[in-house]
Write a protein that binds this ligand. Structure first.
Ligand code: HPA
Length: 273
């Protein structure tokens, strides 16, 4: 057995020794979106640091724990605090918790993030459903020996984001009066925000959004046969010609302001899984 699989199994064994809940969905909360967790009727927290082999989160605006509980009556496992490549974690570590979710029996993954927009039709605070991505600027998390117990060597990526869940999200958006847009997310390593020329490049090659997370997690989930839904909150516009200074504070503030809309959507979405 590969060393990674052995570690994953040890992590899962620990989690199952302290938690007897079988979550139906996994949720990853992006920067500034952690408030969604307060809507979960928590049954159990597990600190990342207590789980063997689990990476530990460092970035500002994130805490580090797995939250087991009910969201809108549905058993979920939410990650408060994700791991980013720019923090120095390997792509394997970034995506480690997703594999844990899979091994815990979770089949559906909901990802959220704060993202910069290069689509001129978007505004700060918009929710954008990710219907495709470009992963070429960040290392693929499946590089290395394939773990065949988890998935195939050459996974198909023609539909990384589940069309049925996207259709459900659209229906919920209409019913609940939540405006939803669609777009292509381009993953970059960070931690620098982009230069003018980089934002222009991202737009030119077909991106609507740019961010420093999500795609490595989505790839690992698709590899393992999970259904994935991902959504961005637009926190800044990368296409302002003159004043284009972007700060982490501004990103967190915009994400916080849009978070109630996201929570409303996720509450309904998990109930449809
Ligand atoms: N670029 C990259 N990542 C981001 C941005 C951005 O403009 N905003 C939030 N995350």
């Amino acid at each position: 057995m590969s060393e990674l699989l052995t570690q994953l199994k040890e992590s899962v064994k620990y989690i199952q020794s302290v938690c007897h809940i079988q979550p139906k969905a996994g949720i990853v909360l992006g920067s500034g979106l952690g408030n969604l967790a307060t809507e979960i009727e928590t049954e159990l927290f597990i600190d990342y640091r207590d789980i063997p082999h689990f990476p530990v989160s460092t970035v500002e605006g994130h805490s580090g724990k797995l939250i087991f509980g009910k969201l809108n009556g549905v058993d979920v496992l939410a990650m408060a605090g994700r791991f980013h490549f720019y923090e120095g974690y390997s792509p394997e570590q970034v995506s480690y918790p997703i594999r844990i979710m899979k091994l815990l029996g979770i089949e559906t993954l909901f990802l959220s993030n704060a993202a910069g927009a290069v689509n001129p039709d978007y505004n700060v605070g918009d929710l954008v459903i990710i219907n495709d991505h470009i992963s070429f600027f960040t290392p693929n998390p499946l590089i290395g020996k394939n773990i065949s117990e988890l998935g195939v060597r050459f996974p198909d990526m023609s539909e990384p984001y589940d069309k049925n869940i996207i259709a459900t999200a659209e229906r919920i958006g209409k019913e609940q009066n939540i405006d939803l847009r669609h777009g292509v997310y381009i993953a970059v390593t960070g931690p620098t925000f982009e230069t003018h020329a980089e934002y222009r490049l991202i737009k030119t090659i077909g991106g609507d959004l740019v961010g420093m997370s999500t795609v490595q997690e989505a790839i690992v989930a698709v590899h393992a046969g999970m259904k994935v839904f991902a959504i961005s909150v637009v926190t800044d516009l990368g296409i302002r010609d003159n004043d284009n200074k972007i700060t982490h504070e501004e990103v967190l503030e915009a994400a916080n302001a849009a978070e109630p809309k996201l929570t409303k959507l996720f509450k309904e979405l998990v109930a449809s899984v």
